[in-house]
Unconditional design. Structure first.
Length: 403
């Protein structure tokens, strides 16, 4: 076997980790499609068209159960997979750092194109930048990585808490609501326009508001979960997580109540009647408790994976998680076609409940498509490109036939 061929062969995969990644992918879609569909999503402002009790209940449930939870879980799995890639490079006697830097460069290019063309809330570019920090931390002890992650979460959430308290001393400017309305109307016009106006609006939002949210809201917590995933990956905690089911149950019990309480406070503070002054304090509480709820989700999912009732669902989720990058980008392409100038221009004209229904339909279609694709191909289409860039050789495109 040639050296390049050895590099091309994937290591044995953990089906439950792929399934957990697929589960996270669905949660991310439920959140992201809200951004695609409405300028009032997550803004604490009343939507003039969809503010019925049912609409507010749906928005509250999404904020409570989905927002700020699933990108953390996805980030944790990125950190865990980082250790699997380290082990694969060691087995093939390849230098890990150049391989991983090439992978991050590929993610950065994909992320930049994704953000400009289809979805301004892209996370791939953030992963690429913070991945360099993870690479620099690859030799620290797992215990130190966990301590660093914990302190990063506490300090970042505390900083937002202080800003939230200060916001009570500095009332929201009188023209804030009028300015937001003007920006919302401008975005509706842009996204219902052409491909050109859609891209221009993406660039405008990226340079005026999204970069701040990504760097200072998501960024510290993404990196903290990178470190947590790295620490557990070094300990091979997910190789056989059912060896100690008590630990999974304890993680559920420890994180569920404070996580749900913080999320409920956050979801309530983000509703229009709560007032803009409560948004930052609610966000700070959620940022502190969301990692607990995310880990409870993961532990509960792993426990359910071994049950007869839900084991089959996990088997459906695994292919989608195995080609999560392709599915993530595909979700954005579909949503851009549905809601923006790339296609049907339904922006600001679909109710929150219908939007969730569309998300479920998209993901339901991705499950059999992913299974079919991986039955015939060794990798997802975007994963194939990224792996080729990573190893510096062309991996197999078609799946080798048994026998």
């Amino acid at each position: 076997m040639t050296h390049a061929a050895a590099h091309a062969m994937p290591a044995s995969r953990l089906a439950h980790v792929d399934a957990l990644r697929g589960f996270a992918l669905f949660g991310i879609l439920v959140v992201n499609i809200g951004v695609f569909s409405s300028p009032f999503y997550g803004a604490g402002m009343a939507d003039p068209t969809y503010s019925r009790p049912l609409d507010l209940v749906v928005r509250w449930l999404i904020a409570c159960l989905f927002e700020t939870k699933f990108y953390l879980l996805f980030s944790f799995l990125f950190g865990y997979s980082f250790t699997l890639q380290m082990a694969a490079a060691e087995r093939s006697q390849a230098a890990f750092a150049p391989r991983f830097v090439r992978r991050l460069a590929g993610l950065a290019v994909l992320g930049a194109l994704h953000a400009v063309l289809f979805y301004q809330g892209d996370i791939l570019l953030t992963y690429a930048l913070l991945g360099l920090g993870l690479l620099a931390c690859r030799r620290i002890a797992p215990r130190h990585a966990l301590h660093t992650a914990l302190w990063l979460i506490v300090l970042a959430a505390t900083a937002w808490g202080v800003l939230g308290l200060l916001s009570f001393l500095d009332p929201v400017p009188a023209g804030y609501e009028a300015q937001y309305w003007a920006d919302a109307l401008a975005s509706i016009e842009a996204y219902r326009g052409t491909i050109g106006t859609t891209i221009s609006q993406h660039i405008k939002e990226l340079t005026t508001s999204v970069w701040f949210m990504v760097l200072f809201v998501q960024g510290p917590f993404v990196f903290a979960m990178f470190l947590a995933g790295y620490a557990l990956g070094r300990r091979q905690a997910l190789a056989d997580p059912w060896r100690q089911p008590r630990a999974l149950w304890l993680l559920c019990a420890f994180g569920l109540l404070p996580g749900l309480a913080g999320s409920a406070l956050y979801a309530t503070s983000s509703l229009p009647f709560a007032g803009a002054a409560w948004e930052l304090p609610g966000l700070a509480v959620d940022l502190l408790t969301a990692p607990l709820l995310s880990m409870s989700y993961a532990a509960a999912f792993l426990l359910a994976f071994r049950t007869r009732a839900l084991g089959g669902l996990a088997a459906w989720l695994a292919p989608a998680g195995r080609m999560a990058l392709s599915n993530y980008l595909m979700q954005s392409v579909i949503c851009a076609f549905l809601f923006t100038g790339w296609g049907l221009r339904l922006f600001a004209s679909v109710s929150p409940l219908a939007t969730v229904g569309i998300a479920v339909a998209i993901f339901a279609a991705q499950l059999p498509w992913s299974a079919w694709w991986l039955k015939h191909h060794a990798y997802g289409p975007v994963e194939w490109f990224l792996r080729a860039l990573t190893i510096g050789a062309l991996p197999p495109w078609r799946r080798a036939r048994a026998g």
